[in-house]
Design a protein around this ligand. Structure first.
Ligand SMILES: Nc1ncnc2c1ncn2[C@@H]1O[C@H](COP(=O)(O)OP(=O)(O)OP(=O)(O)O)[C@@H](O)[C@H]1O
Length: 285
């Protein structure tokens, strides 16, 4: 039994301009302890897919799927409240903007304590110790002092470490990281990726890494789903994808990597996909 199994997921938004299909029949499988990267350019439906699974899309969204199960539990059969209970305990998510994700009015220690209070039976003393342990585990220096810092007193990288501490505080079985390094300085990006993959390995968590960056995919993933305009283009294990990409869109993404540049100008995905893109647009209208 897979940790997460989603088949033929479709999401349509009711918009002022009429219905808009954001996702059109995508499949995701994540095994326990596996890292799945969902890659695709902005608007390809990466975030919508995860929000749909967690029941967090607004009422304007219609979500359908042939299967949507977590550890064998059919998420479609649960009420929103029941789904949040399953998901709140076993699935955590971190977002692109760490500073915006933390509450600016409370210290980082308080925000960690609140998470532990909501999801564990630890007493006050144990929670305090666990907060220090978590901040140490994510590499915050002088955790006894930093526990009293407000988010604005920390760097973007430190705030993302705190977000990772909050997200992993209750030992989730699946962690979803939505562009976790995009807002960070390049030098910090690698440290955050190493932290995430280290925690993932140590705790045997499933990890879904949402990204548009093939470098992040190469660095972290076991398997990859490539999306374009709400459709799934290709699914492969990471080595196969880099060595023998099957779909023209995947080849375009790989060709646009700086290390694959051959001429004076860095190619872009659109250099390869104009014909393909108009084909997709026609199919959607
Ligand atoms: N509430 C909404 N109402 C209408 N359309 C929406 C809504 N939320 C998302 N969309 C649309 O769904 C499509 C997919 O969005 P999504 O945020 O999943 O893209 P993404 O691949 O995660 O992009 P990014 O990397 O920029 O976050 C986009 O065209 C977006 O505009």
């Amino acid at each position: 039994m897979s940790l997460l199994q989603i088949r033929n997921l479709r999401v349509e938004f009711d918009t002022a301009a009429g219905p808009f299909r954001a996702l059109d029949g995508v499949d995701y499988t994540v095994e326990a302890g596996e890292v799945l990267a969902i890659v695709g350019e902005s608007g390809s439906g990466k975030s919508v897919a995860m929000l749909a699974m967690m029941g967090l899309l607004p009422d304007s969204a219609t979500v359908t799927a042939d299967e949507m199960s977590f550890e064998g539990v059919d998420l479609r059969s649960l009420s929103t409240a029941q789904r949040r209970k399953v998901i709140g305990k076993d699935i955590s998510m971190i977002f692109q903007e760490p500073i915006a994700s933390l509450n600016p009015c409370f210290t980082v220690g308080f925000q960690l304590l609140e998470t532990l209070k909501a999801h564990t039976d630890l007493n006050r003393r144990q929670r305090r110790d666990r907060v220090i342990e978590l901040l140490t585990a994510v590499g915050i220096p002088e955790p006894e002092r930093r526990v009293n810092a407000f988010p604005h007193q920390m760097s973007g990288g430190q705030c993302q470490r705190v977000m990772i501490a909050i997200a992993t505080a209750c030992h989730p079985k699946l962690l979803i990281a939505d562009e976790p390094t995009t807002a960070l300085d390049v030098t910090i990006q690698k440290q955050i990726l190493d932290l995430l993959t280290g925690l993932q390995r140590d705790h045997g968590m499933g990890l879904i890494m949402i990204t548009h960056d093939m470098g992040v995919v190469a660095e972290t993933a076991d398997r990859v789903v490539v999306q374009y305009q709400g459709k799934q283009m290709e699914t492969a294990d990471v080595l196969t994808l880099f060595e023998a990409p099957e779909h023209p869109y995947t080849r375009a993404l790989l060709s646009a990597l700086p290390e694959n540049a051959t001429g004076d100008r860095l190619p872009t995905v659109s250099d390869y996909t104009e014909a393909f893109a108009s084909e997709q647009t026609e199919a959607r209208t």
